[in-house]
Design a protein. Structure first.
Lengths: 262, 249
């Protein structure tokens, strides 16, 4: 069951030797259950800081993040994550199968069910038969697929991804983007993704949240009104795609004022 | 070993030739340093005497016992102090202090308490290894990747799981380096214990043959120790490759 997430007046500041540094100020945004949301903004604007707050790893200095109607105090139940650095978030000393099943074992799932789930999620990401391999025996793109399979195997209500495709080559990146679209179609998990790639944000999302300013706030929430299914060739050639990416690009670069997109 | 002439053989043959030359015609000819042939003769005598094997067995027992006890104490202790920031900070200072005390310095005190016995040698080995090994293990536990630990927290994995599946494996390569150095050090200290402190074993053999001016026998014993040293490091490295399979060595 997908869940919503409500960000209310979240602020974050860090104490530095030169004084207090405000990173986020009064960020408010409500994620509709089942939507795919990309968070974009200029480098260093605080995208990853916001994402860490949403995972419950970092406590905001102000405001709250609510999941299932109550403010989170740590990582909420039903959360799955996919991070940029797959070499660091997968365990090199465990096989692909064990990497995927490790988060499941707290849930008291029967052994047979466990291996069925591993198999299903590997099939979903197109990695059938890699159960007994070690992550470092696979290519970068395949390792990130393992990380996605691990996320799916937990049957998450909320998926958070931090620059998930930033460390793979361009071709693999397109393949992984399409994999994410397929996952979206198959499961409809509420997904938040930070990316610095504006085309990718528009291509994958229902909504694009643009962070801007120092300290950063939500500059605009751009609704991506392009129908699904989307494809690398057709969608990227859609005039609406070009309009939206230009609009988001201008917002991120501070070139245009926010507008109401109907 | 591939190829017609293994590289190690070349350097061994060269070293032996140089030694033989230096002690027969070269600058060391008229000193009391035995030649290769004299040493080889003494080595054959040693290898055919029962006494030698008793001494060898004593050395191995002492080194293995000291090594096993030290690792058995240091690895769990290192894990514990590595897991707690407070324990780490409070023990780091004292352990670093003890770590740098050479075993020779405390031999007189240890002899007073335990005498020139095998227990004395074992104690000396444990004392030499335990502090450095604890710190080494603690460093490894603390070096677990922050990204991995946070990923595990996001998935709601327990503290125990984080220790079992992230912190302990992360400490593996650190422990491996510590074990490798400790194994060689255990052997060295077991000899020192005999040579300086009169503990039983090959160290004492060297002490006795030196005292009686039997230089070929001294050299033959030292040669045996060198061979044991190589064997120990080979075994340890082989074990490590199996245990820490995810790291290239």
């Amino acid at each position: 069951m997908s869940i919503g997430i409500t960000i209310s007046d979240v602020s974050m500041s860090f104490e530095t030797p030169t004084g207090t540094k405000d990173v986020l100020r009064n960020v408010s945004y409500s994620v509709t259950p089942g939507l795919f949301v990309a968070i974009v903004g200029p480098s260093g604007v605080g995208k990853t800081t916001l994402l860490r707050i949403l995972t419950g790893l970092t406590k905001p200095t102000g405001g709250t993040v609510q999941v299932r109607g109550s403010a989170i105090e740590g990582p909420p139940d039903g959360l799955a994550v996919v991070l940029q650095d797959y070499t660091r978030s997968l365990m090199p000393w465990l096989t692909v199968e064990k990497n995927i099943s490790l988060p499941l074992r707290k849930k008291r799932i029967a052994k047979s069910e466990l291996s069925a789930r591993v198999r299903e999620s590997l099939a979903e990401v197109g990695l059938e038969g890699t159960e007994k391999s070690y992550p470092w025996q696979l290519s970068g793109g395949m390792q990130q697929r393992v990380a996605i399979a691990r996320a799916l195997a937990t049957r998450p209500d909320l998926l958070i991804m931090d620059e998930p495709f930033a460390s793979v080559d361009a071709q693999t990146r397109f393949d992984l983007e399409d994999l994410v679209l397929k996952v979206r179609k198959d499961f409809g998990i509420t997904t938040l993704m930070v990316t610095h790639d504006i085309d990718e944000a528009v291509y994958l999302s229902d909504e694009v949240v643009v962070l801007y300013g120092k300290p950063a706030g939500v500059r605009e929430v751009v609704s991506v009104d392009i129908n699904f299914p989307r494809s690398q060739i057709e969608t990227r050639n859609d005039p609406r795609f070009a309009e939206l990416r230009t609009h988001v690009y201008s917002l991120v670069r501070g070139l245009s004022e926010p507008t109401e997109v109907v | 070993m591939l190829g017609p002439v293994p590289p190690a053989v070349v350097s061994v043959v060269a070293a032996l030739a140089l030694w033989q030359l230096a002690t027969s015609v070269g600058p060391l000819a008229n000193l009391s340093i035995p030649s290769v042939t004299e040493t080889a003769g003494a080595l054959v005598t040693e290898l055919t005497s029962a006494q030698f094997y008793i001494r060898l067995w004593e050395t191995i027992q002492m080194a293995v016992a000291g090594f096993v006890i030290a690792m058995g104490l240091a690895i769990p202790l290192g894990v514990l102090i590595g897991l707690s920031r407070f324990a780490w900070r409070s023990t780091k200072f004292t352990f670093d202090f003890f770590k740098v005390i050479p075993p020779i310095v405390i031999i007189p005190i240890v002899i007073l308490v335990l005498g020139p016995t095998m227990q004395m040698g074992i104690f000396l080995i444990v004392f030499t290894l335990v502090f450095a090994m604890s710190i080494q293990t603690g460093l490894g536990v603390r070096d677990a990747d922050a990204v991995l630990l946070e990923t595990m927290r996001c998935y709601g994995m327990s503290t125990w799981k984080q220790i079992r599946y992230a912190r302990l494996p992360s400490a593996g390569p650190y422990i491996a380096v510590g074990v490798r150095l400790s194994a060689s050090a255990a052997l060295v200290v077991s000899i020192v214990a005999g040579l300086i402190g009169g503990a039983p074993g090959l160290g004492k053999s060297i002490l006795l043959s030196q005292a009686s001016g039997d230089d070929p026998r001294t050299f033959a014993t030292v040669f045996v120790l060198g061979v044991i040293g190589i064997a120990v490091s080979r075994v340890v490295i082989w074990t490590q490759r199996k245990a820490i399979f995810w790291m290239p060595t």
